[in-house]
Design a protein around this ligand. Structure first.
Ligand SMILES: Cc1ncc(C[n+]2csc(CCOP(=O)(O)OP(=O)(O)O)c2C)c(N)n1
Length: 678
């Protein structure tokens, strides 16, 4: 039997969820009704945080995977004082702070945006890694737990394989996940789509698994206690629950466990809205009220949590005093401030592939930017993040002193973990793979962008010149896809992504500088596999000139009153330099060349600057190894773009350059032909 007050609190959460969905006339009442018991016991008895200081870095964190259960969080945090009655009454409405799926809002307890199933718990695992990483450097005094909440959908999503594997492999005992196992999903019962033994699956990954009745408060309590005491493994608490728990029909008989309770107001189902509210102890006239006893109970909980946190903060203050240097470092990590860095001092041999130049930069940053965690999906020697790895060690179960995460072949999981590292705070996450496999990461890139997380994506093998790997490995349309995010504004009104494709080693150094200094959005570095001839400096320092990349684009070759302006990014800039030499040799032409590392950033510059780089009334010629659309916005209707509009083929890179027309010679001829038409 559950204690009466606990039962009332859980029923209050249920009633609030039901009422929010009914008023909005949309949403998901069934899941929250099933998960309410776990939420109440977790928050009232286990979850450590400071209600008066929600962003306290050493708080426990709750990562919701099943974003459609947002009402569960809003109701819970309403009881805890983070939402007002009007907020919950305006669920899903324009301008409300209670959107249909939760959007990161740490001040109100929402640690992550969720909705795309599977990503939420993977982000939680990222946060758990962040907590371990920081704990290894600053001490166990800062230990805190990361709680996840997952549903059948999240367990079924492919990403759970990568997330489960990594959490088990790394022994993340600070990660505790409740699985709301109600045997019902959106359009069917789970037994119509799966016959797996989920408990055995997680055990095989190295998790502790505890199976309980998810409505029995003592069982929830015991499971949470056991999970909190676990020293080696992450814990999965499989709570058998009933979707729509507490729903009744007009005659007061139970109406629980039906698929139709998943995603619509219960008044649209066989259940009766008013009778259900009454059954849950709510006042149908005032369905958004907190029950009197529950209110008193939660006021006491808020007081206790605040007092506990204050005590802990005093202990931390003592630690800080006794460990001044370490404490300053911790403050720097948490503030996101970079240490002093001298990017100009990074040396590159002539004519490097930009992935190799990136490796040099990473080698320089290793040991200097001590809160970077670099990760690769089993390609570190190809994507050249090994430049960083060589100076550190990989994170291991029981040893988080290193700074490299070997993610295994799991690009989406890796990117979600990076989002979680960023959400936790204190960490600068970097993830790397081949550019073509950015396709495997898109859903997480999109969540980096929506959540405004400064994750650094390193994508190498940026175009068809990837060796003899053939069309599956040759990115063509990927740059266009990623650059679409530069056109898409985030909720702060900024381009939601910064995509940088540097032209040579100097620009690669600058691109890394820009990536690290960009704390507002994710950044992608798109890097070549093949060697690139360095762009000749116009003056004395190529690095100083390349710093103009911070404006998104600039002229790497300047002619007064040019006959043509050539435009590219990445390795095609050096192809244009070759073509320009031939043009000037063969035709008496004056040529300027613009390197536009990021069109999105370039478009934020003044019109005057943009026009001084790409003049309006001059013939313009764009070159891209990707889809022509990469350059069309810069070149406009009156110019010409030469790009690739088909998949690649298997052959050595220089043969492909020749066949596809990407040599200086062929480009020169193409420009001459174009100029005849203007
Ligand atoms: C990636 C992704 N695919 C599909 C959906 C749409 N969707 C929302 S909930 C859900 C499944 C619901 O089942 P379950 O996770 O068991 O939730 P419950 O029915 O218990 O509320 C689906 C398919 C989604 N949100 N994310």
């Amino acid at each position: 039997m559950n204690n009466k007050l606990d039962q009332q609190a859980a029923d209050n959460i249920r009633a609030l969820a039901v009422a929010m969905v009914e008023k909005a006339n949309s949403g998901h009442p069934g899941g929250p009704m099933g998960g309410a018991d776990f939420m109440h016991i977790l928050y009232s008895e286990f979850f450590d945080f400071d209600p008066s200081d929600m962003t306290w870095p050493f708080r426990d964190r709750f990562f919701m995977d099943a974003g459609h259960l947002s009402t569960l969080m809003y109701a819970q945090y309403y009881l805890l004082g983070n939402y007002k009655k009007d907020d919950v009454a305006n669920f899903r409405q324009w301008g409300s702070i209670t959107p249909g799926h939760p959007e990161v809002d740490v001040k109100r307890g929402i640690e992550n945006t969720s909705g795309p199933l599977g990503q939420g718990h993977a982000m939680g695992i990222g946060a758990a890694i962040a907590a371990k990483f920081l704990g290894a450097r600053f001490g166990t005094w800062m230990d805190h737990k990361i709680y996840g909440f997952i549903s059948d959908g999240g367990v079924q999503e492919e990403i759970s394989q990568g997330a489960g594997r990594i959490a088990g492999h790394l022994g993340l005992n600070n990660f505790i996940m409740f699985y709301d196992s109600n045997d019902i999903q959106l359009s069917s019962a789970t037994d119509e789509v799966t016959s797996e033994n989920t408990a055995m699956k997680y055990k095989a990954w190295g998790w502790k698994v505890i199976s309980i009745d998810g409505h029995d408060h003592d069982e929830i309590r015991n499971a949470l206690t056991e999970a909190n005491n676990e020293t080696e493994k992450p814990t999965l608490i499989i709570g058998k629950t009933i979707i729509g728990k507490g729903s009744v029909t007009a005659d007061g008989s139970k109406y629980e466990g039906y698929c139709e309770l998943h995603g619509q107001p219960i008044g649209h189902t066989g259940a009766d809205y008013t009778k259900t509210l009454l059954n849950l102890g709510a006042d149908p006239e005032n369905p958004f009220d907190i029950y009197r006893d529950v209110s008193t109970f939660y006021k006491e909980i808020i007081k206790q949590k605040t007092a506990n946190a204050a005590r802990k903060k005093l202990e931390i203050a003592t630690w800080k005093k006794e460990n001044e240097a370490l404490s300053n470092k911790l403050d720097r990590f948490l503030s996101g401030k970079l240490p002093e860095l001298d990017f100009e001092s990074i040396e590159h041999k002539a004519g490097l592939a930009s992935r190799v130049a990136s490796s040099n930069v990473l080698g320089y940053l290793a040991g200097k930017v001590e809160n970077m965690i670099v990760s690769s999906a089993d390609l570190s020697n190809s994507d050249k993040t090994d430049g960083f790895l060589k100076k550190t060690t990989a994170l291991k179960k029981g040893d988080f002193s290193g700074s490299f995460l070997q993610a295994g072949v799991a690009e989406l999981t890796m990117a979600c973990i990076a989002n979680g590292l960023a959400l936790h705070g204190g960490i600068i996450p970097v993830v790397a793979t081949f550019f073509v496999f950015s396709d495997y990461m898109k859903p997480a890139i999109r969540l980096s962008a929506i959540q405004e997380l400064p994750v650094k994506y390193v994508w190498t093998h940026d175009a068809f010149r990837v060796g003899e790997d053939g069309p599956t490995h040759q990115p063509v349309e990927q740059e266009a896809q990623i650059r679409l995010l530069e056109k898409l504004k985030n909720h702060s009104g900024k381009p939601s992504f910064l995509a940088l494709r540097p032209a040579d080693s100097a620009e690669t150094t600058v691109a890394w500088k820009m990536a690290l200094e960009n704390k507002e959005t994710p950044t992608g570095l798109i890097l070549s596999r093949q060697n690139i001839k360095d762009i000749p400096a116009m003056g004395t320092s190529r690095y100083t000139e390349a710093l103009a990349s911070e404006k998104g684009g600039y002229l790497v070759k300047k002619a007064a009153n040019p006959d043509v302006v050539l435009i590219a990014n990445g390795s095609e800039v050096s192809t244009l330099v070759e073509a320009a030499e031939l043009l000037e040799e063969r035709e008496p032409l004056k040529v300027s060349i613009a390197s536009i590392i990021s069109e999105g950033l370039f478009r934020l510059q003044s019109k005057a600057y943009q026009e001084s780089t790409i003049p309006k009334n001059t013939p313009l010629y764009g070159l891209t190894a990707g889809l022509p659309v990469n350059m069309e916005g810069l070149v406009g209707d009156n110019g010409k773009v030469f790009g690739l509009d088909h998949f690649g083929y298997s052959a050595p890179a220089n043969v492909l350059d020749e066949k596809f027309g990407f040599t200086g010679e062929k480009v020169c001829q193409n420009i001459i032909d174009y100029l005849k038409t203007v």
